[in-house]
Design a protein around this ligand. Sequence first.
Ligand code: FES
Length: 155
Amino acid sequence: MSNTQQMVKELVEKHGRERTNLMAILQGVVDQQNHLDDQAIIEIAREMDLSAAQVYGTASFYTFLDIKPRGEYVIRLCRTITCDMKGKREILHTLENLLKVNIGETTPDNKFTLLETNCLGWCHKGPAMLINNKAYTELTPEKVKEIITEIKHKS
Ligand code: FES
C-alpha cells in the first residue's frame, strides 16, 4: 500500500465514509502533505465510493484547498494575444531559464511558481505578468532579470 493510500485510508476511517465528511478528509490530506494531488483525489474517491470528478469538484470549489503546491511567489505571465504579439515568448524563456522550471512548475526551494494566465488588463503595456498581486508591465528580458534578482535577494 502506498503512503497516499495509507494516509487516505486512515483519514476516512477517522472521519467516516459519509459524503458530509469529505471536506474534513480533504483538509486532512492538505494538512499532511501541503497540497492535494491526483493520486490522493483518486484514493479518496475509491475509499468513499464517489467519482474522482465529485471529489475534485468539492476540492476546487473550496479555494483554500490548494490543488497543487505553490511557491512563495506565484508568477502569472499573460498568454493572451496582445502580450503574445508583444514578445511574451521571450519573457517566458527568460523566466524559464532564470528559474529553471517550466510553466506549471515550482522551484525546488518553493520560492517561485511559474504559471500562465489570460489577459490581465494591461494589454496596452504588454507583455505583462503578475507576481502574487503585483503587476509588472512592458517587460523585457532585462527587466525580468532585475525583478527576479531583487526578489531572490529579499530573503
Ligand atoms: S493581453 Fe496581456 S494583459 Fe491583455
